[in-house]
Design a protein around this ligand. Sequence first.
Ligand SMILES: NC(=O)c1ccc[n+]([C@@H]2O[C@H](COP(=O)([O-])OP(=O)(O)OC[C@H]3O[C@@H](n4cnc5c(N)ncnc54)[C@H](O)[C@@H]3O)[C@@H](O)[C@H]2O)c1
Length: 442
Amino acid sequence: MHIAMIGSGYVGLVSGTCFAEMGNFVWCVDVDREKIDGLQNGKVPIYEPGLEEMVIRNSKEARLRFTTDFSEAIPGADICFIAVGTPPGEDGSADISYVLEAAKTIAKEMTGPTVIVDKSTVPVGTSEIVRRTIEKSLAERGVSFDFDVVSNPEFLKEGVAIDDFMRPDRVVVGCGSERAERVMRELYEPFTRNQHPIYFMDIKSAEIAKYAANAMLATRISFMNEIAELCDRVGGDINNVRIGIGSDNRIGMSFLYAGTGYGGSCVPKDVKELIAVGARNGIDMAVTRAVETVNERQKGVLVRGVVGRYGEDLTGRSFAIWGLAFKPQTDDMREAPSIVIIEELIRRGARVRAFDPEAFGQARLYLGKHLNSIEFIDDQYAVLDGADALLLVTEWKQFRQPDFDRIKAALRDPVVFDGRNQFDPAKMKAMGFAYFSIGRGQ
Ligand SMILES: NC(=O)c1ccc[n+]([C@@H]2O[C@H](COP(=O)([O-])OP(=O)(O)OC[C@H]3O[C@@H](n4cnc5c(N)ncnc54)[C@H](O)[C@@H]3O)[C@@H](O)[C@H]2O)c1
């Protein structure tokens, strides 16, 4: 099939590359010239394991091409995907202006029947707005083509995006015509043949399913963070509680970790949109609002620990941070808890020394106004030199079994604030560390 992928960010690039890997001809289009220039030269703008090699291979074999010129990509495409950003607006509602801009561009360039697939995460009802936008633009051109608008929300996880796309837990497709269903079934056939289901449903259910999925995941995290706070107050260990409840197969173990709060490009903004869509329709999304409130509070948990030990004023102190990206295996800094933690330490007068295996480039952008107070140090042990304490914020694998003697030798005092419960409190104590973690009764 010939595919045009409008938007070559995280989702567009991963999906486009995976479709090309299966033998399709894919044009990835973007308005960002620098991004496209880089991609044309095999430079992948994000850190995602396995992606660069696949991009280079499929480009060499001429199945995957990159352009800023929509007239190269859209005419003749069997399927046009919209995979542009939907950032939160002022009131938390998802901003669909990029989606509608992409829809207009498709309408301007299409030359025959096409299936238009919304892969961006969009508020319920957007596919209908996209359909009307395209109809209007085609009428303005004085042409008429058959087209379908389909909702195909993406559930990939950054860090394991290729695997998620190639072997999805499920593919969700909202569509209203047999022709669109046939095309989508054929497109996803290589990805769904080994017990990976594809579910067809009405468009609105597909649009809501994406928000409901992220809000459910956020709910699990906030719930565990709330229980962790209780453990810290009254005794008890959140890890034991996790085992106690996760072994119930109605609950399950995954996504039941206490930490420094959820972040990233999707979950926070999707939670906000769900609250906003409820409000627009006269519903108080009370559960989802509580999830967000707990998360905001949780981002302060490590700094509350620091303040508990050193006092409100941190002037003259320096703290080492392990991990900046919102989660391991990505360089994505969008809504990363590390930003809130670092800003709060600096606001209280501290200096910050930071290490992350991949996210320095993005971190410099997101922490730009604080660069005078932050040093980025490209070594997980050198970053500790002379710091008052270590704050572990993102659980990269290389932090799991570190050299504790080196940590002890490098820090001014052996103090570790562990935002991801990576270490054993009893062992840490035996090694002479003052050790603070989340929900383990200290
Ligand atoms: N990142 C994820 O893990 C993830 C997972 C599932 C769903 N989503 C959803 O997918 C959508 C895209 O997210 P992302 O993380 O890939 O965003 P992104 O910011 O990484 O990429 C969006 C890209 O779209 C481009 N763009 C904007 N307007 C355009 C236009 N009119 N024509 C062509 N290109 C245009 C931008 O330049 C950018 O490169 C969002 O709705 C997001 O919520 C993201």
